[in-house]
Design a protein around this ligand. Sequence first.
Ligand SMILES: Cc1cc2nc3c(=O)[nH]c(=O)nc-3n(C[C@H](O)[C@H](O)[C@H](O)COP(=O)(O)O)c2cc1C
Length: 188
Amino acid sequence: MKILAVSGSSTGQKTDHMLRKVLESISDEHQKELVVLKDIDINSCQNCKGCHKNHLCVIDDDMREISRKLEEADAIILGSPTYFDNVSGGMKNFFDRCLPFYFSRKLEGKKVGLVSVAGFEEYIEYDKGGNCEWCKKDECADSVEHCLQAMEYFCKHVGMDVVGQVAAIHGNPEAQDNALVRLGGKLT
Ligand SMILES: Cc1cc2nc3c(=O)[nH]c(=O)nc-3n(C[C@H](O)[C@H](O)[C@H](O)COP(=O)(O)O)c2cc1C
C-alpha cells in the first residue's frame, strides 16, 4: 500500500511529530511518504473554474505532483496545527487547490486519518491549573476539535472516508503517541 501524509505545519515541529509517529507505526512493507507543505510551492486557487469540467488545475506548480501522489495513495493522513480554531493557512490553501478532486471524485472512498495539535506548552509551568497560554483565554481542547472538524468537512466534500482522528492539546503531541500508533493501525 501507499500511505501519504500531508503536513500543514509552519514550523515542521509538533504536527510533523504526530504524522511521523503514525507513519512509523505502519509496517515498512508499505510505501510511506511525508509531504511538508511549507517546503513546496503551492499557489492559491484562482477560482478560474477550469477544473469544473476537465478536472485539471491550470496552475503549473508543485500541486501537480502532490495531486498525482494523492491519487496513487491508498490511505492519506492530514495534519495541521490549530490556528484560530481552524487549520493553518498552508493546509487551507492545499484544501482549496484540491477543488479538481471535488469534481473528479478521484479521492472518493480513500481512507484518511486526521491529526491536529493546539496550545502553547511553553506557558504551562506558569499556570498552576496545568493549562497552556491559549487555555487561559479560550480552550485549546475546543480549538483543536474545531480544527479537526474543518478537516473532516474537507474530507466529506471530496468523498474521503475518515477512519480516525487524534487531537493533541497544551502543545503536547507526545501525550498522544499511543493514539497515533492506533491511528496507523486503522489505515492499512
Ligand atoms: C497563528 C496562530 C494561531 C493559533 N491559534 C490557536 C488556537 O486557536 N488555539 C490553540 O489552542 N492554539 C493556537 N495556536 C497554537 C498552535 O496550535 C500550536 O503552537 C501548535 O502546536 C503549532 O504546531 P507546530 O508545532 O506543528 O507548528 C496558534 C498558533 C499560531 C501561530
